[in-house]
Design a binder for this molecule. Structure first.
Ligand code: SAM
Length: 284
């Protein structure tokens, strides 16, 4: 750790910074700042940062995780929506080379433009109120991302890695399919509420998603695949056949398609593996 930069990831340092800038963590913006230097170090270690490697951090906060990523040698582009935090970051990360700050909403910014075709790792303690839209935006836009290392709430982490499970049908859903279609996800770290200021009401997990070079299942049309997946999970208590009809598919040809591939159309969406969703979408 460089001498001119005290470690931000400490409760007293974080409190001092917030006090000095007369700030309160915004619940609405999902501001739970890390205050545990071991967790910051562990996230940087897990991310296997190469010297000078391009990293996108979503939600820099007061620069806590950003600092750990910079100290690990990464070249960090950080996005932060809260304009009150911009002068804070200018100060806490002052002097770090290889740091670029973008003030804006990650869901509205042109990430392709930001990445300029370079390969990036996304490393972030995500704002929990928009975790799923952020993950889907990162995955579906086919950005040049090789790895996502994300702090998310425990329930979301479990959905990301879930497979069909009749004992716990509510966990597996469209997010599970999308994450596993584009990446190989694994939970690598458990983080208790006390590692944050203020502590969130939920437990947290760090999930590493290695982005796949090619999909794990063969599909004829990605658009059709996700149209079927989304329709299948949109009304959980319905059979897949009724869900697809509700989404506008024709009953007669749908029944014919299911018969041809030998899949029971009275099963519910949450019982289908990626492989079966691929088979169904290829038949439609
Ligand atoms: N990285 C810091 C840390 O680990 O302590 C802060 C993490 S905090 C959980 C999430 C951060 O995301 C907050 O600073 C919040 O202001 C920011 N944020 C919330 N919504 C955002 C959005 N739509 N785009 C960019 N940043 C956002």
């Amino acid at each position: 750790m460089s001498e001119i930069h005290p470690i931000i990831a400490r409760p007293e340092v974080t409190r001092r910074i917030l006090r000095r800038f007369k700030l309160h963590a915004s619940h609405k913006l999902g501001q739970n700042f890390l205050i545990d230097p071991e967790i910051v170090d562990e996230i940087a270690r897990i991310s296997e940062i190469e010297p000078g490697e391009s990293i996108l951090e979503i939600g820099a906060g007061i620069g806590t995780l950003t600092q750990g990523l910079l100290e690990s040698g990464g070249s960090v582009t950080a996005i932060e929506i809260d304009k009150k935090l911009i002068p804070v970051l200018d100060e806490t990360l002052n002097g770090y080379e290889n740091f670029r700050l973008i003030h804006g909403d990650v869901l509205k910014l042109d990430l392709r433009e930001i990445m300029q075709n370079q390969s990036f790792k996304v490393i972030s303690n995500l704002p929990y109120y928009i975790t799923t839209p952020i993950l889907l935006a990162l995955l579906e836009q086919k950005l040049p991302i090789t790895k996502i290392v994300a702090m998310v709430q425990r329930e979301v982490a479990e959905r990301m890695i879930a497979i069909p499970n009749p004992k716990n049908p509510k966990i597996y859903g469209a997010l599970s399919v999308a994450v596993q279609f584009f990446t190989e996800p694994r939970i690598v770290l458990e983080v208790p509420p006390g590692s944050f200021l203020p502590p969130p009401e939920v437990d947290s997990r760090v999930v590493v998603c290695d982005v796949r070079k090619s999909p794990p299942v063969e599909i004829l049309s990605e658009q059709k695949f996700f149209q079927i997946v989304r329709a299948s999970f949109s009304q959980r208590r319905k059979t897949i056949l009724n869900s697809l009809i509700a989404a506008g598919f024709d009953r007669v040809s749908a029944e014919k398609n299911f018969a041809e591939i030998g899949i029971d159309p009275t099963r519910r969406g949450e019982t289908f593996s990626l492989d079966e969703f691929a088979k169904i979408s290829n038949a439609f």
